[in-house]
Design a protein around this ligand. Structure first.
Ligand SMILES: [Zn+2]
Length: 93
């Protein structure tokens, strides 16, 4: 089987394409791509029932998610703080 992972986006919303390089070759034996998924973290081929290839990848993914969540929270707090400051300045002056 000839599976190639192509990571199109470096962000978390990972898009990967599985394709068979020999698909267009006339000499190629008919090949079946088995039902599979890819590990969200590292992209290894895994069975459909799994989400990650290992505990390590699952931990990495959870850490990345919580980091992103924290960044989003800081962004919201910052935006609200700026809004409050601008409102305070415009109403006091
Ligand atoms: Zn993995």
């Amino acid at each position: 089987m000839n599976i190639t992972n192509v990571n199109l986006s470096p962000s978390i919303g990972v898009t990967r394409i599985c394709f068979n390089k020999r698909r267009r070759s006339l000499l190629a034996m008919p090949q079946k791509l088995l039902q599979h998924k890819h590990c969200i973290t590292c992209g290894k081929a895994i069975t459909v029932s799994q989400d990650f290839c290992s505990e390590e990848c699952e931990t990495d993914h959870r850490q990345l998610l919580s980091k992103k969540r924290r960044q989003l929270l800081f962004l919201w707090v910052g935006a609200v703080a700026i809004l409050i400051i601008v409102a305070f300045i415009s109403f006091s002056g």
